[in-house]
Design a binder for this molecule. Structure first.
Ligand code: ZN
Ligand code: ZN
Length: 104
């Protein structure tokens, strides 16, 4: 994994935006609800088939992370205000989700 895909700072900026600053200086601004919907844990995505199990309508519009913790040296674990806490987002996945990088 590229070293640059390592967050150096994570800040909630306002109620619905999470900012991650990366080692290469890049700044990603994520609408937090989109991050919640992008969860790929076994409760949100069916293992094997990749079928989405999460119904977007069950996620509150004002959902936000209540706790973000490091998982090893490769990922972040999110605990959400809707009670969901099994999501692990690898740095690489988070960087892929960056709205401003998605186009390229
Ligand atoms: Zn999940
Ligand atoms: Zn970006």
């Amino acid at each position: 994994m590229s070293e640059s895909y390592t967050p150096t700072a994570i800040n909630q900026t306002g109620s619905d935006t999470l900012r991650i600053t990366w080692k290469d200086g890049h700044e990603s601004l994520y609408p937090v609800r989109n991050l919640r919907l992008a969860c790929r844990c076994a409760l949100c995505i069916e293992e094997g088939t990749g079928r989405p199990l999460l119904d977007e309508r069950n996620v509150p519009p004002d959902v936000r992370p209540v706790r973000i913790s490091g998982v090893g040296r490769y990922a972040l674990g999110f605990e959400w205000s809707d009670g969901h806490d099994s999501g692990i987002y690898t740095f690489e996945y988070l960087r892929d989700l960056c709205p401003c990088c998605a186009a390229g």
